[in-house]
Design a binder for this molecule. Structure first.
Ligand code: 13P
Length: 255
C-alpha cells in the first residue's frame, strides 16, 4: 500500500520510563476512557509502561483505542538472557509496539546502532511496530552536527524490513529530554524534513508514510506548536505522560 503524507495518522505515545506501580493504572484508565469522546482528528494513542505493567495495561485496554507498547526488547526471541524480555513476549503480553534505541538505553546500556537495528528487526519479526529513537547530544548540536548524527543513526538503526506500518521514528534531541528545553520550531521542522528525505530516499513510497514523532519536553503548553509543524506526525512524551490530565491535554492539541 502506498501512502502519502496527508494520509499519515498521528501518534501520541507516552513513555513512562521506570515509573509506575499498579496504582498508576488509574491514570491510564482515565486516558482510555477519555478517548471515545475525541473528534475525528484524534491521533492514535499509546502508553508504554514499564514491563511489569504491560500485561495488566493491555488487558485493561483491550477493545479500547488505547494501545500498549514496551520500552525495550532483546534481539533474540528467547534464550539465556537473564533479565531481558523478547519482542515475542511483549506481543504475547498484549503490546503492539516497542520503543528501541531510546537515548537512555543507548547511554545506560551501551546500545549501539547495530544493536538497535537488531532490536527493531526483532520487533518486526514478532509483529510489533518498532519505535526507533534517534537524536543528538548537546555537544553535537553545538558543533552543528545534528543532521550528520541523525542521518547516521537512521542509516545504522533502521532495518531493511521497515515499512510505514511497522516502524515509527522518534526524533528526541537528548538535551531536550526531561530538561524543559525544546529546539526552536524552525529547527524541529528542518530536522524532521531531513529525516523525511532520508526515509524517502531509502524506503521509497514507504518512507513517505513512516511516522516521525518529536520527543523531548513535550508539554500541554508547547504541544500545539510542535505538533502542527510539517513532518511532525506526533509525539513521544515522557514526564507529561504520567498524569492523565497532562497527557490528554497533549492529545487534545489535535482537537
Ligand atoms: P520528557 O518528555 O520527559 O522530556 O521525555 C521525553 C522522552 O524521553 C520520551 O521518550
Amino acid at each position: 500500500m502506498t501512502e502519502t503524507l496527508s494520509e499519515i495518522r498521528p501518534l501520541v505515545a507516552g513513555n513512562w520510563k521506570m515509573n509506575g506501580l499498579s496504582a498508576a493504572l488509574g491514570e491510564s484508565a482515565e486516558v482510555r476512557d477519555a478517548l471515545p469522546a475525541l473528534g475525528k482528528s484524534a491521533p492514535d494513542v499509546m502508553i508504554c509502561p514499564p514491563a511489569t505493567l504491560v500485561a495488566q495495561l493491555a488487558a485493561a485496554s483491550k477493545g479500547s483505542a488505547l494501545a500498549v507498547g514496551g520500552q525495550d526488547c532483546h534481539a533474540a526471541a528467547s534464550g539465556a538472557h537473564t533479565g531481558d524480555i523478547s519482542a515475542e513476549m511483549l506481543k504475547d503480553a498484549g503490546a503492539t509496539a516497542v520503543i528501541v534505541g531510546h537515548s537512555e538505553r543507548r547511554a545506560d546500556h551501551g546500545e549501539l546502532d547495530r544493536i538497535v537495528k537488531a532490536k527493531a528487526a526483532a520487533a518486526h519479526r514478532a509483529g510489533l511496530t518498532a519505535i526507533v529513537c534517534i537524536g543528538e547530544t548537546k555537544g553535537e548540536r553545538l558543533a552543528d552536527l545534528t543532521l550528520n548524527v541523525v542521518n547516521r543513526q537512521l542509516a545504522a538503526s533502521l532495518p531493511d524490513t521497515a515499512t510505514a506500518h511497522n516502524t515509527v521514528v522518534a526524533y528526541e534531541p537528548i538535551w531536550a529530554i526531561g530538561t524543559g528545553l525544546t529546539p526552536e520550531a524552525k529547527d524541529v521542522a528542518e530536522i524532521h524534513a531531513a529525516i523525511r528525505k532520508n526515509l524517502e530516499s531509502r524506503f521509497g513510497p514507504a518512507g513517505k508514510g513512516i511516522r516521525i514523532l518529536y520527543g523531548g519536553s513535550v508539554k500541554p503548553t508547547n504541544a500545539r506548536e510542535l505538533l502542527s509543524l510539517p513532518n511532525v506526525n506526533g509525539a513521544l512524551v515522557g514526564g507529561a505522560s504520567l498524569k492523565a490530565v497532562d497527557f490528554l491535554a497533549i492529545i487534545r492539541a489535535y482537537g
